[in-house]
Design a protein around this ligand. Structure first.
Ligand code: ATP
Ligand code: MG
Length: 526
């Protein structure tokens, strides 16, 4: 629009030549300035699409009027809140909200962003406590991320993967000897309420103190006190500076709980893709599945078995498939996943437990009965399995653990009979004596991780029968003394075990003798 048009529209009289205004230099200046200003304004049409909230409740907003929004697109609400397009219907969108509902009501404006949900990644997150969108929850400074990566990323293809070849040592003897884990493996920790699931995972994190493995702990739907205990434990016993805590407690919005495992995976993948090793603990996926079911029912997806929507298997499969050991061409990094699942009355055949068992490479099953019988960790040896880690196990440990597995399985079977009516047959006595000692050796306190050499020495002593004469209750106390005894008496063997060499029978006898002497001393003092 030109200047004269504007004056005609607004009814302003153009100044006549020779009139007072034309001669006024002040008016002339003003006119020139306004002309200049108008010329500087870039006038262009800008189309903006927005929709409006029609209904909001239970962490879900129904929105009308955003026909171009795509599935899983990040949405912005008028008050600054964010959400995710979870279901697209013909005439409306259902969005799950990440923040609380304050300020969102019918009529609130919503716009699409054309982008997916992204989280900050990078070394600056190490040692920090964050929410699933990467916002700090601790007292620290603002995070300076290396990048922002989408929470949903494709899993590496087969060609991009390598065999699992290096162990992840948890320091928990029963796990490392019988159900060894490898870098890149997915191992489920499953059991009833309060059977020590979180404790095993935290012990695994604590034991990475000097291994250089980056740990990510994701809490989904956990009580704030339980989360606090985990953080305190890692701070007291582990290396918090190489851990990231991603928290969506039971009080967090369903959206936050839903996205937390994916966000944690992305943060861990950053290290995997740079050739480092990472470990992620997801505590727990049963609660995640329940949140997914809640959101699906609210968005009116058809319910399937146990009212879960049909895609719950795919949800967890695509999450856990991202754990991998990458090929050397891609840097050779690894991401190991330890998802946790809770069972009801030990029912492993419920829907979510069977799903997770079939997705993962094995499971460590914790039993209420063993926990009540004071077996800690309460690992059910018969039901637990690790399908890939054995190949990655430390060589010396593999040499000594095969025999233990067999002896212990025989003992557990025999123990059943002896419990009902007493089996007096003397032939079985040695099996029972050995079994009781194995059980005692596998009993271990929290935060008392055993070194590889100590594990080999203890099992070698068991196999050689050096502990058969020791009272079972004196055995767990030996564990903490083995390392210093080995440092005095078999430094060369410790070095070789740590270098992952095989050791011969004479070496095993030496190790067994050292532990046997310790046991005898404890017996005498007792
Ligand atoms: N090896 C152990 N030695 C001694 N105590 C243990 C051991 N493992 C676990 N506990 C104790 O058992 C209790 C339950 O452990 P934890 O919280 O890890 O179980 P959980 O299965 O994760 O429970 P929830 O179902 O509530 O998440 C805790 O008080 C913990 O200290
Ligand atoms: Mg727990």
């Amino acid at each position: 629009m030109c200047w004269t048009d504007w004056m005609t529209m607004t009814g302003t009289k153009p100044s006549q030549p020779g009139g007072a205004a034309a001669d006024d230099p002040l008016a002339h200046d003003w006119l020139a300035r306004q002309r200049e200003r108008l010329a500087g304004i870039a006038l262009s049409a800008k189309a903006e699409t927005f929709g409006r909230v029609t209904h909001v409740a239970d962490g879900i907003a129904r929105i009308q009027g955003l026909p171009e929004v795509r599935l899983n697109e990040l949405l912005h609400f008028e008050g600054g809140q964010t959400g995710l397009a979870l279901a697209l219907d013909e005439d409306a969108i259902s969005a799950v909200l990440f923040d609380d509902l304050t300020g969102i009501e019918a009529g609130t404006r919503v716009s699409g962003t054309g982008d997916v949900v992204r989280v900050p990644v990078g070394p600056d997150l190490l040692g920090r406590i964050v929410d699933p969108l990467g916002r700090p929850l601790d007292e620290g400074d603002a995070i300076a991320p290396a990048d922002h990566w989408p929470v949903e990323r494709p899993a590496p293809a087969i060609i991009e993967r390598d065999l699992v070849s290096q162990p992840v040592e948890t320091g928990v003897l029963v796990v490392d000897s019988l159900f060894a884990l490898g870098r890149g493996q997915r191992e489920l920790i499953i059991g009833d309420r309060a059977t020590g699931k979180t404790s095993i995972a935290v012990d695994a994190i604590v034991n990475q103190k000097n291994s250089g493995v980056v740990c990510v702990y994701v809490a989904v739907g956990q009580r704030a006190t339980a989360i606090e205990r985990v953080i305190e434990a890692v701070k007291a016993h582990g290396a918090p500076e190489s851990c990231i805590f991603v928290l969506a407690s039971a009080a967090a919005s369903p959206g936050m709980q839903w996205i937390a495992p994916f966000a944690g995976m992305t943060m861990a993948e950053y290290f995997r893709d740079r050739g480092q090793d990472a470990l992620i603990v997801i505590d727990d996926l049963t609660k995640h599945a329940a949140t997914h079911r809640e959101l699906a029912l609210l968005t009116r997806e058809p319910p399937g078995r146990e009212a879960y929507p049909g895609d719950v298997f795919y949800l967890h499969a695509r999450l856990l498939e991202r754990a991998a050991h990458l090929s050397p061409a891609l840097g050779g990094g690894s991401l190991t996943a330890l998802p946790i699942a809770e069972t009801d009355a030990g029912n492993l055949s419920a829907y979510i437990p069977t799903n997770l068992i079939s997705i993962t490479d094995g499971q460590i099953v914790l039993s209420t009965n063993l926990f009540a019988a004071n077996q800690r960790p309460a690992v059910d040896v018969g039901l637990s399995v690790s399908r890939v880690g054995g190949k990655a196990q430390r060589r010396a440990l593999r040499q000594v653990s095969g025999r233990i597995r067999l002896d212990y399985a025989q003992f557990l079977e025999l123990e059943m009979f002896t419990r009902f009516g007493g089996m007096s047959d003397q032939r079985f006595k040695p099996v029972l004596i050995r079994g009781e000692r194995i059980r005692a050796v596998l009993t271990q306190d929290r935060f008392a991780g055993l070194s590889g050499a100590a594990q080999v020495a203890l099992l070698a002593a068991l196999n050689a029968g050096k502990l058969d004469t020791a009272a079972p209750e004196t055995i767990p106390a030996l564990q903490s003394r083995v390392d210093s005894a080995l440092a005095c008496g078999a430094r060369d063997l410790v070095y070789r075990i740590n270098a992952n060499s095989e050791i011969d029978d004479a070496d095993l006898t030496r190790l067994a003798d050292i532990v046997g002497a310790l046991a005898d001393k404890a017996q005498d003092h007792g």
